[in-house]
Design a protein around this ligand. Structure first.
Ligand code: SF4
Length: 458
């Protein structure tokens, strides 16, 4: 079904207090990012460097992927390739069956969200527990993440208290973040100890050594991997960087851009399985090579999922992550989603003011707002715009192309603005533009008339 961003945003906006608080919370993170970034005098050089490394890697992706695979296999890791989400899920289910595992702990991975791994595993009789605090909260509530770094940012502490009361037996009115976190900690310790397999995402995969690097703030990836006999790391093909020496560039920009921290609390490196243990890496395409082939959009694959573009976006902050109905919401999600289904996600590139703030903060210099604009043009050409918009644009094109029509149109508009009742000009169905804006005072005459008269006077 086609995603209707505007309607979904409208629903979110009905709760005025939540919208304001959501907006302010994300702006607070954006300000923290600014302070962290300005504290590093060479931050712009780091951005440039990160962008160039990613450019180079994407241009040589085939070679680096093969190098990565070869080195990982030499390290004793089993490498699997999945062309789409279904294959990814099937590969994981097969590994789980082979090692006779039923209890799985998972640290945050947007790729597994993208592939809908949890529902697939649960349908096949596996217990999968998300161990990132925010992810666990939304897993209890059977909700998807609304943000890629702070998945439960849409929830208030009172709502989390209620959820924990239902699932973890905390007191009904408990809303103290520290006590709630402690309850989650105790609950998750039991899950870690009992787990047989740990699934993790991958932030960076190093071709030179075949290692994967996972960044967390809670240490849950390390805990999971060290308790379980089997580690499965899932990564998109774009996570590759050529060598160790490049990693420092990305770890310096990732946390600063995401949460305003100098570095994530844990930056864990996994290269080979311990003796008697297993390590698997699943490398997933799922539309990425198609995006790589789109000249105008290929550099969206540089994304390191820091979420800075979401935190700064005035539309995301005021419409919430669910209004995008895509695993990665916000500006970058609005570029990635039409690649997978142009018709379904055709409203998302329009969910932007094109102010360019997303491009300004992006640590790998993706020209996000330009790409949003380019998707709009493609969507227009592919007739994926709503009929009303298509016809109104056609009519406007006729009016702007004809001075006579433009004149008559101007006269009519000035007359209508002056004489039509307020209930008509501000009717939200007829004129949604006025929902939160004032119409301008109609001028007495057009600029053309004024110019003609004043020119003659001179
Ligand atoms: S597009 Fe840039 S700013 Fe947005 S999540 Fe990706 S790396 Fe971060």
């Amino acid at each position: 079904m086609k995603v209707d961003h505007a309607s979904a945003a409208n629903t979110f906006n009905k709760d005025f207090n939540r919208t304001t608080w959501h907006d302010e919370s994300l702006w607070f993170v954006r300000q923290k990012r600014d302070k962290a970034v300005f504290a590093v005098t060479e931050f712009q050089e780091l951005r440039e460097l990160a962008s160039n490394i990613k450019d180079h890697t994407l241009s040589n992706l085939d070679n680096y992927l093969i190098e990565f695979e070869r080195n990982a296999i030499n390290n004793g890791v089993k490498v699997h390739w999945a062309s789409n989400g279904d294959e990814h899920n099937q590969i994981i289910a097969t590994i789980l069956k082979q090692c006779n595992a039923k209890r799985i702990v998972k640290s945050k991975s947007m790729l597994t969200e993208e592939c809908h791994l949890n529902p697939y595993l649960e349908k096949n009789g596996f217990e999968v527990v998300d161990t990132d605090l925010g992810e666990r909260i939304i897993q209890f509530r059977k909700e998807p993440p609304s943000h890629i770094v702070m998945p439960a940012i849409h929830l208030k502490k009172e709502e989390i208290g209620k959820t924990f009361h239902e699932h973890l037996g905390t007191p009904a009115d408990e809303k103290d973040p520290q006590r709630l976190t402690e309850a989650a900690r105790q609950h998750l310790r039991e899950k870690f100890v009992a787990s047989e397999v740990a699934i993790s995402g991958v932030n960076f995969a190093i071709a030179e050594t075949g290692s994967v690097v996972v960044c967390t703030n809670e240490g849950n990836a390390d805990l999971g991997v060290n308790f379980a006999k089997v580690h499965i790391a899932c990564m998109g093909i774009e996570k590759i960087i050529p060598s160790w020496k490049h990693l420092g560039v990305f770890t310096r920009i990732l946390a600063r851009s995401a949460t305003g921290q100098p570095i994530t609390s844990y930056t864990s490196h996994f290269t080979k399985p311990r003796k008697g243990y297993e390590m698997h890496i699943v490398i997933v395409d799922n539309g990425r090579t198609q995006q790589l082939g789109r000249e105008d959009f290929r550099n969206s694959l540089k994304c390191i999922r820091c979420a800075a573009c979401m935190n700064t976006c005035p539309v995301y902050r005021r419409s919430g992550g669910y209004s995008y109905n895509f695993t990665v919401p916000g500006p970058i999600g609005s570029i990635l989603s039409p690649n997978l289904d142009l018709k379904k996600y055709s409203t998302l590139p329009f969910a932007s003011t094109l102010c360019g703030s997303c491009s300004d903060v992006c640590p790998v210099k993706i020209d996000i707002h330009t790409q949003l604009y380019k998707w709009r043009q493609i969507i227009g050409k592919e007739h994926a715009l709503p009929v009303s918009k298509r016809w109104s644009m056609k009519m406007l094109a006729q009016v702007f192309a004809s001075p006579a029509l433009y004149n008559v149109g101007g006269k009519l508009a000035r007359f209508a603005l002056r004489w039509l009742p307020h209930s008509f000009t501000y009717n939200a169905t007829i004129n949604p533009w006025t929902k939160s804006r004032e119409l301008p005072e109609p001028p007495q005459e057009s600029f053309r008339n004024w110019y003609q008269q004043n020119k003659q006077k001179k």
